[in-house]
Ligand binder design. Structure first.
Ligand code: ADP
Length: 538
């Protein structure tokens, strides 16, 4: 064997910030905060505060291999946690505040976190769930000293903790395969599943995401992540931006059109990203006010299919290019990105736009794709044959956290639960979904969980929940109820039964009393239902 004779430093997340603080020291990070003035500092200053945070966490007992949970918005403080925690060799569990209390409790206990850091407006949630948390010893409110409310959990102030600490830290060299981020996905039924990103996966993903064939970053870009930092690390933007020396703008929890517009214009945002719902609201804001999107050039949109009309409006009315992305928590989350090729350009701009707007994206180096039929046989890349979409690569999940079996098959392929076609040039198009879930505004609703509640309603024989297109939320659940013979049920009876038993945003947009079609094997035929009711929320 002839070994390569090159150096083998392990890939470390903290080195990304170190690089930005050196090569792009003066580039800014601007952050909105909950009830505090806008924060503005540089990568160099962020590097120093990250050292202070590492000291503070060490003082609180956080050690290599430990878990720390954040329940936080897109802010510079959350960004600091993104570096300090993995820099200590610990794991940051980014809890998702959109889950129900029981699920948040489940994820924090499952992560076995010792410290919980949260934004001010999560105090009520934290007080409510604290008695059920089995491992958390320290609560920290991510706010300045004067605004910190200890509440029933005796929360410490983030800023007070940082203040006395040194601005330099002797960062550990950790194994690149060590866990760094723990992101839970509720994209299927059952308890949320933890995907544990390694340093190696995050660094490779950060390098790949900025490439010209993907997000195409350079140091002139001003990047504003509007996908949540708690949701698959906001598509890795807190890493991809500093790798390329981009200015970062953090919108906190204010994703309405007017708030985004203020930052886009005042901070010169060139690149942003988020789920389609956010951009529907932003487009509506532009239409209503007649304003223009400043220096905005590119928008990466994904999490749900991007409506073609959205991509067209952004380009034709505002000169903004929409890059559709497909990905999932299990892929860190970058899978494919819809960017042009010379071959497409030959067909003319209109044809190229059409091709790009109607597909999820194009094969990227670092993530392999394949589609298979029901018998597991590979399907051709002809743009027509559709089958289960499988992925594989250095930032794809191998096994869920604390599970014994791999999540992949023996060849390392992970089944995404999506159904897709792929064409000869590697453009992938999602055509359907195997997993029985609904995605509303970027967050999952489990149709099976909803059905399980609904069948408990007196008089119900079969309850079927399907997702149908919705103009604002992309998809919303509707509930089709077949009642027992002789029972007379009304929609309001069903709503009255559901309301105390489910979270508000899971409430079906319609309850329809009708017979429920079954497949040959006696299962609810969701395909028929989806087709039958596709226009009800018009
Ligand atoms: P993310 O936060 O990246 O959306 P999730 O794990 O919550 O990650 O959801 C991943 C799933 O979302 C995919 O398996 C797919 O069903 C759906 N999805 C993501 N992007 C797209 C897209 N561009 N078009 C259609 N569906 C998408």
């Amino acid at each position: 064997m002839t070994a390569g004779l090159m150096q083998t430093p392990s890939l470390q997340i903290i080195d990304i910030l170190k690089f930005a603080a050196t090569a792009h020291a003066r580039r800014e990070i601007v952050s909105r905060l909950v009830d505090e003035p806008v924060w503005r500092y540089t990568y160099a200053a962020s590097w120093r505060r990250t050292a202070q945070l590492a000291h503070a966490l060490t003082r609180l007992g956080v050690r290599h291999g430990d878990r720390v949970t954040s329940l936080a918005w897109n802010t510079h403080r959350h960004f600091e946690l993104f570096y300090a925690v993995p820099g200590l060799g610990a794991v940051l569990h980014t809890a998702n505040p959109r889950l129900f209390d029981e699920q948040i409790v489940y994820t924090i206990n499952h992560a076995d976190s010792s410290v919980l850091l949260f934004d001010r407006n999560f105090l009520a949630v934290v007080e409510r769930i604290a008695p059920q948390l089995t491992s958390v010893k320290t609560f920290i409110m991510m706010s300045d000293e004067t605004r910190t409310i200890p509440g029933a959990v005796g929360a410490l102030s983030y800023e007070a903790l940082l203040k006395p600490e040194s601005e330099t830290f002797a960062w550990l060299r950790v194994d690149e395969n060590l866990g760094a981020f723990l992101c839970y996905t509720s994209g299927t039924t059952g308890d949320p599943k933890g995907v544990l990103y390694s340093h190696r996966a995050v660094v490779l993903h950060a390098m790949a995401s900025g490439l010209a064939g993907a997000f195409g970053f350079d140091a002139f870009d001003v990047v504003m992540p509007c996908s949540s930092l708690y949701h698959a690390t906001a598509w890795g933007l807190p890493f991809g931006a500093p790798v390329n020396g981009c200015k970062l703008v953090m919108p906190c929890d204010r994703m309405d059109g007017a708030s985004l517009q203020e930052l886009i214009v005042n901070e010169g945002v060139t690149f942003s990203g988020g789920v389609p719902t956010i951009w529907t609201m932003y487009l509506a804001h532009l239409e209503k006010t007649g304003e223009t999107p400043g220096k905005l050039q590119r928008l990466v949109i994904g999490g749900s299919a991007v409506p073609r009309a959205m991509a067209e409006s952004f380009k034709k009315k505002y000169g903004v290019r929409v890059l559709q992305i497909w990905g999932m928590t299990e892929t860190c989350p970058l899978g494919v990105v819809a960017t042009p090729t010379p071959e497409l350009a030959e067909a003319g701009e209109e044809a190229m736009d059409e091709a790009i707007w109607t597909r999820q994206g194009r094969l990227q180096f670092g993530i392999e794709l394949k589609i298979i039929d029901d018998d597991g046989q590979d399907l051709p890349w002809d743009g027509d044959s559709s089958g289960a979409l499988l992925v594989r690569g250095p930032w794809t999940v191998k096994r869920y956290f604390k599970q014994d079996a791999d999540a992949t098959n023996e060849d390392g392929w992970f089944d995404t639960g999506d159904i897709a076609t792929i064409d000869a040039a590697g453009f992938m198009r999602i055509t359907d979904r195997k997993k029985d879930v609904i995605k509303s505004g970027g967050e999952w609703i489990s149709s099976i969980d909803l059905e399980n509640v609904a069948v408990g309603c007196p008089g119900v024989k079969i309850a079927a929940v399907v997702g149908v297109p919705h103009p604002k939320w992309e998809e919303r659940p509707i509930l089709v109820i077949e009642s027992h013979d002789g029972e007379t049920l009304s929609e309001s009876d069903v709503y009255a039964f559901l309301e105390p038993r489910i979270v508000k945003w899971w409430k079906p947009d319609r309850v329809i009393l009708a017979s429920v079609p079954l497949t040959a094997t006696g299962k609810i035929d969701k395909k028929v239902l989806r087709g039958r009711y596709k226009d009800v929320l018009g």
